[in-house]
Design a protein around this ligand. Structure first.
Ligand SMILES: *Cc1c(COP(=O)(O)O)cnc(C)c1O
Length: 463
């Protein structure tokens, strides 16, 4: 392709993008295609010769678009959002154009330095103290893996990477029953083993782990010869938005010299509003925190902000070149590939710069506050309606409910009927052994009218 042709197509695709977003409400939210339908429309073998870009774009509309679930649809109430605010999309276009691989400071100084400053902007925005520094990971799962590896190495006096785990002390890591499955996988991949992930029962409206049980479990494990290594706490669990009492977790961690990590992948964005910070009171005392600006905040996927009280312990765990440690901080240069499991890295900080400058924090706060207020209103309306019952109260903009008088399978059938209808999209979870329907508000362009509309759709389909 010649560059003049590229610029024609670039302009057409930008126009397509604007039209797509403007008319999204006309499309069914969840893809309505059957398994295998898209694959059947794709040529089974690659072409030998060149094909025309016009034809490729026509096929994009014909083959791809019917099989897309529209995450940017304002009535996307499933999972958590994966917002892509327009300025962050523009930044991503520039990043794709430059296509730099930003593993070291010298492989693109602007990417590294922008990342350092943007993570400090985010740190200020969410109210963390100055001693935290940050790095962008490709996912919250990667950040949690990095934290678990750090817990492991720290507990093994930095010998695990070298000697392996056989013959090493048997480590223990603690969390609540509400943490994300990424924690289980981090434990598997780190070689610690599922049996050594101790799940502490929860209690209370926020469904947080019971601190006294945590302390007892640690003491018991020590007497049994295990070596406790760390605690993974959650602020805004995926199922119901569960929040652990971080201050209590930190107190216990200090008592037993354990490394602490908070998974706030979704709820961390809300901390740009000071009034929500009570949900993680005590966070300033932990070692590591992850939150995903690519969820609620509007930075296009992928962008996970990982904050560290002591980045050196992470670097000591993941740095490939031991000599790097000698120069770290010495000449003021950071090589962020030493802060993450993958070596290669994209220039992800640019979209934060575009996003935060283009909106300003106050406009972002207003969006999030609206979502929280609307979730509370909707929960009230469902409660008052008689056909629904609230299972877990809203944590920020997430709550769960059930249709009254029907069993678990019928709850799932209800969710499927809503999603087959296409006007909105919801998913289910399990709460205390029973199915509950999740509702979260967080899409960037959602309005109060969309929430009222969704209420009517659910009433209509509940019958
Ligand atoms: C979304 C989510 C994750 C996983 O995030 P990825 O960035 O997709 O790895 C982990 N924990 C919680 C609480 C989440 O909501």
């Amino acid at each position: 392709m010649q560059w003049d042709e590229f610029s024609d197509w670039g302009a057409k695709i930008s126009q397509w993008a604007a039209d797509y977003h403007t008319n999204l409400r006309d499309r069914p939210v969840r893809a309505q295609s059957a398994p295998g339908e898209v694959a059947a429309l794709i040529a089974p073998a690659p072409p030998e010769g060149p094909q025309d870009m016009g034809e490729i774009m026509e096929d994009f509309e014909r083959v791809v678009m019917p099989g897309i679930t529209h995450w940017q649809h304002p009535r996307f109430f499933a999972y958590f959002p994966a917002n892509a605010a327009p300025p962050s999309m523009l930044a991503e276009m520039l990043v794709s154009t430059i296509a730099a691989q930003c593993m070291l400071w010298q492989t693109s100084p602007a990417a590294t330095e922008m990342e350092t400053v943007m993570l400090d902007w985010l740190r200020q925005a969410i109210g963390l103290p100055k001693h935290f520094s940050g790095v962008i990971q490709d996912s919250a799962s990667s950040a949690t893996l990095a934290a678990v590896l750090t817990m492991r190495e720290r507990a093994l006096n930095w010998e695990g990477n070298k000697s392996g785990l056989s013959g090493a002390a048997r480590l223990r890591i603690y969390c609540s029953s509400e943490v994300h499955t990424s924690v289980d996988r981090a434990i598997w991949v780190a070689g610690i083993g599922q049996d050594n992930l101790v799940r502490i029962p929860i209690s209370g409206g926020l469904r947080g782990l019971r601190p006294e049980v945590l302390r007892k479990s640690i003491i018991y494990d020590i007497t049994m010869g295990y070596r406790p290594a760390g605690i993974i706490a959650c602020t805004g669990g995926t199922g119901t938005g569960a929040c652990d009492d971080i201050a209590e977790v930190v107190k216990i961690a200090k008592e037993f010299d354990l490394y602490t990590h908070i998974d706030a992948a979704w709820a961390g964005a809300a901390m740009i509003c000071p009034e929500f910070r009570t949900l993680w009171a005590g966070a300033e005392g932990v070692d590591s925190i992850v939150f995903n600006p690519h969820k609620w905040l509007g930075a296009q996927f992928d962008c996970s902000a990982h904050f560290l009280a002591d980045p050196l312990s992470l670097v000591k765990t993941l740095a490939i070149k031991p000599e790097y440690l000698k120069t770290h901080g010495h000449n003021g240069l950071i090589n962020y590939s030493e802060w993450s499991v993958p070596l290669g890295r994209r220039f992800r900080a640019l979209k934060l710069w575009f996003l935060l400058r283009s909106y300003g924090l106050e406009a972002l706060r207003t969006r999030l506050r609206n979502h929280v207020a609307w979730a509370e209103e909707l929960a009230e309306k469902l409660r008052g309606n008689g056909r629904f019952k609230i299972v877990t109260e809203p944590t920020l903009s997430l709550f769960t409910f059930r249709v009254v008088g029907i069993d678990d399978q019928a709850q799932i059938d209800f969710v499927n009927r809503v999603n087959d209808d296409g006007r909105m999209y919801i998913t289910q979870t399990e709460v205390d052994g029973a199915i509950a329907i999740r509702f979260q508000i967080g899409q960037f362009d959602v309005t109060k009218a969309d929430i009222d509309f969704a209420f009517n759709v659910m009433c209509e389909i509940a019958g």
